[in-house]
Design a protein around this ligand. Sequence first.
Ligand SMILES: NC(=O)c1ccc[n+]([C@@H]2O[C@H](COP(=O)([O-])OP(=O)(O)OC[C@H]3O[C@@H](n4cnc5c(N)ncnc54)[C@H](O)[C@@H]3O)[C@@H](O)[C@H]2O)c1
Length: 251
Amino acid sequence: MRLRDKVILVTGGGSGIGAASCLAFAREGAKVAVVNRTLSKAQAVAQSLADSGETAVAIQADVSRAADVERMIERTVSQLGAPNVLFNNAGISPSGPVGDISEADWDECLNINLKSVFLCAKAVIPLMIEAGGGCILNTAGTFGIRAARNKAAYSVAKAGVVNLTRSIALDYARDYIRCNVICPGYVDTPLNEGFPPSERDAFLAGYQPLPGLISADDVAEMAVYLASDAARMVTGQVFVIDGGQQAGLFA
Ligand SMILES: NC(=O)c1ccc[n+]([C@@H]2O[C@H](COP(=O)([O-])OP(=O)(O)OC[C@H]3O[C@@H](n4cnc5c(N)ncnc54)[C@H](O)[C@@H]3O)[C@@H](O)[C@H]2O)c1
């Protein structure tokens, strides 16, 4: 029970890494606010937690909108209590070379992947200061460390998340608020469901040194450690889970 009685808010909790993290957090004793833009997805995860006797609420919010973020925090506080941990995990992953990205698509990608992290952090920081500390965890990705072809808006947004993580860590260390970022490689989630398995396997053969697929559960396990008091002196750091891809230039 590494997270006993902690209130944890997970954005993008209705699918993939977020859903796996909600289940892992609850198994470790946390009360979980499952936040998603599509309410039915959040409800499905919250219901499966309730079915196994865990405490969870489903909250609809578009985390790129300040008003939704305020409402999301108010509901979490009123139903579960002030969040001890915020997991900024919601994201979208559009593709396209720089010259083909419309202004609207650029803004949407930056707003959902990066501005949301700023808005959600800004909303919980006063509560965490009042509580004497807290933990903010972000999901960026290896594309936030090195750019990838045809992923300009996404790579830029995730690089922003990496340095926003460091900024939050530095600005609030003396308030005992820790902030870290997880950078997964290719993870087998609905985000990648447009990738046919045969093409995916050929891609991974040249991209990821360790054989096999990284699962959402693999990432959730890392999130549990970072959210727990076992990581009490860990802040401002980038945690890569990529099957060794970042270890060298050519897999
Ligand atoms: N899957 C990968 O290969 C991979 C790799 C690196 C990083 N990531 C990052 O991990 C995070 C989770 O991705 P995933 O693979 O679990 O994807 P996913 O599509 O399975 O889950 C993302 C969830 O975020 C929700 N969401 C999207 N926009 C939202 C918004 N504006 N407000 C609230 N919810 C919103 C979606 O509805 C979805 O439920 C994302 O930030 C993604 O960029 C994923």
